[in-house]
Design a protein around this ligand. Structure first.
Ligand SMILES: Nc1nc2c(ncn2[C@@H]2O[C@H](COP(=O)(O)OP(=O)(O)OP(=O)(O)O)[C@@H](O)[C@H]2O)c(=O)[nH]1
Ligand SMILES: [Mg+2]
Length: 400
C-alpha cells in the first residue's frame, strides 16, 4: 500500500527542512521514499526532488501574466495544478515504475503490483489559506486518496508559538481549522524545539503545551498579555495619562475574558489537538515523530508486515524506534539550555554530531517496551542501526 505525508504549516515553520531530514532518515532505515515539491515558490530544494510543481507552472510567469503578487500567484499556481491533475498522476505512476524496476534489480519482491512500497513526502506551500479555506489543495489530496495513497497530514508549527499565550491559542485554532478543511489523519508538530533555549522561561513545562490540557491555567497569562497590549491601552481612557500602567477592568475586559474563556473551552472540550515536539537534526526526535506518523497512517499495522521488509522497517514497525517522553525533551532542550548550545553548534557546523548519537542512545534505552524485553536480535539491530546512523546522520541545510 502506498503512503504519503502531506507536509503543511505556516511560512517558515520548517516544512522543506523536515522533508529533507525525513527523506534522509527513511533512506537510512531502508524505507524507499521520494519527495515531491508542491510549492511553486520553492526555488531551491535541498532534498532530491522526485517531482517538482515548478516544472508545470512558473510562479514568476503567473505573477507577470496575471498581475498577481506572490501570495495570489501561489494560489493561482495551485489551481493550475488542480486543473492539470494528470501531470501529477502521470509523474507519480512513473515514479512508481522506477521504484518497481529498482525493486527487481535489488531482488526485493513487490507483491501487490500496484503502487506497492511507494512512500511520498509532499512539501506544500505555506500560505495558510491553502489549508484553511482554498479548495485546490484538498482537491489534489482527495485525488491522491483515490489513487490509493494512505494520507497523513503533518501540520508543522514553529515552537516559537508557545512563547506567547495569544499566539499559542491562535495556533491551536489554526490546527482545528486545518483539520476541518483537510479531513485526513493529522499529526501536529512543534518544530525547532532546539530553538526554545533562546526564549525566556515559560510559565509551564513543555508537556502542558504538547498535551493541550488544563488550558484554563493559561487564562491569567493570556489576560496579562492582553492588558499590556497597545491596542487595549488605546481603547482605555484611564491609561491616557500613564501609558505603562495596566488598565483597570472595564466592560471591554469582561468581553475579552468571555471570549478567551469560550475559545479555551472550545479547544479543550473536543480534545482534538496535541503536538509532537521536533528538532529536525536530532535522530531520536525524528524517530519519535516517524513512529507517531506510522501509527496515524496505519503503516505500523501494514498488511505486508515483515514479508518483504528490511530489518530496519521491521524494527520500526515493532516499535523499536522507542518513545521519547516529552519530559526528556524538556530536560534536554529547555532546562539544559546552556549545555545544548554547544552541542547544537557542533551538529550544525557538521561536527562530531554528539547531540544526535546521544539522542539515539536515549531512544534505544527507552524503546520497545524496556530493556528487559529486548531480545538478542533486536539488540543486534540496534547496534547495526547506530553504526549505520553514525555513518549517515541527518544533516539538513540550514538557511538561518
Ligand atoms: N533550529 C532549527 N531550525 C530549523 C529547524 N527546522 C527548520 N529550521 C530553520 O527554519 C527556517 C525555515 O525552514 P524551511 O524549511 O525553509 O521552512 P518552510 O516551512 O519550508 O518555509 P516556506 O517554504 O517559506 O513556507 C530555515 O532557516 C531552517 O534552517 C529545526 O528543527 N531547528
Ligand atoms: Mg518550504
Amino acid at each position: 500500500m502506498p503512503f504519503a505525508q502531506l507536509v503543511i504549516g505556516p511560512p517558515g515553520s520548517g516544512k522543506s527542512t523536515y522533508c529533507d531530514g525525513m527523506h534522509q532518515l527513511m533512506s537510512a532505515i531502508g524505507r524507499k521514499c521520494s519527495v515531491v515539491n508542491l510549492d511553486p515558490a520553492n526555488d531551491a530544494t535541498s532534498y532530491p526532488c522526485a517531482l517538482d510543481v515548478r516544472d508545470l507552472v512558473s510562479l514568476e510567469e503567473i505573477m507577470q501574466d496575471e498581475e498577481l503578487g506572490p501570495n495570489g500567484g501561489v494560489l493561482y499556481a495551485l489551481e493550475e495544478l488542480e486543473n492539470n491533475w494528470q501531470w501529477l498522476e502521470d509523474g507519480l505512476k512513473e515514479l512508481k515504475g522506477i521504484w518497481t524496476r529498482m525493486c527487481i534489480v535489488w531482488a526485493l519482491r513487490c507483491t501487490d503490483g500496484a503502487l506497492s512500497d511507494d512512500y511520498i513526502l509532499f512539501d506544500c506551500p505555506g500560505q495558510v489559506e491553502l489549508f484553511t479555506s482554498h479548495d485546490s489543495l484538498p482537491n489534489v489530496f482527495f485525488r491522491l486518496e483515490k489513487m490509493g495513497y494512505r494520507l497523513t497530514v503533518l501540520h508543522l508549527l514553529d515552537s516559537h508559538t508557545i512563547t506567547r499565550p495569544s499566539l499559542y491559542i491562535s495556533s491551536l485554532l489554526l490546527c482545528l481549522r486545518s483539520m476541518l478543511h483537510l479531513p485526513f489523519p493529522v499529526v501536529n508538530v512543534l518544530t525547532k524545539i532546539d530553538n526554545l533555549h533562546n526564549a525566556g522561561p515559560l510559565p509551564f513545562n513543555l508537556d502542558f503545551y504538547t498535551e493541550v490540557q488544563d488550558l484554563e491555567y493559561l487564562l491569567p497569562h493570556l489576560e496579562a498579555e492582553q492588558a499590556i497590549s497597545p491596542l487595549r491601552k488605546r481603547d482605555s481612557p484611564s491609561s491616557a495619562s500613564d501609558p505603562d500602567r495596566p488598565n483597570p477592568p472595564s466592560e471591554s475586559d469582561s468581553k475579552w475574558h468571555k471570549l478567551n474563556l469560550a475559545l479555551i473551552q472550545l479547544i479543550q472540550d473536543h480534545s482534538l489537538v496535541g503536538f509532537t515536539p521536533l528538532a529536525v537534526e536530532d535522530k531520536a526526535s525524528m524517530l519519535n515523530l516517524l513512529r507517531a506518523i506510522d501509527r496515524a497512517s496505519g503503516y505500523a499495522f501494514g498488511s505486508e508486515k515483515g514479508v518483504n521488509d528490511s530489518v530496519w522497517k521491521v524494527a520500526m514497525r515493532e516499535g523499536w524506534g522507542g518513545q521519547m517522553d516529552v519530559r526528556d525533551v524538556q530536560e534536554r532542550w529547555i532546562d539544559g539550555r546552556e549545555g545544548f548550545g554547544e552541542v547544537a553548534g557542533q551538529a550544525v557546523q557538521g561536527g562530531s554530531g554528539d547531540g544526535m548519537s546521544e539522542g539515539v542512545e536515549r531512544v534505544g534505552g527507552d524503546g520497545g517496551g524496556g530493556d528487559e524485553d529486548e531480545d538478542e536480535e533486536t539488540e543486534e539491530m540496534r547496534r547495526a542501526f547506530e553504526k549505520r546512523n553514525d555513518e549517515k546522520g541527518i544533516r539538513v541545510v540550514r538557511k538561518g
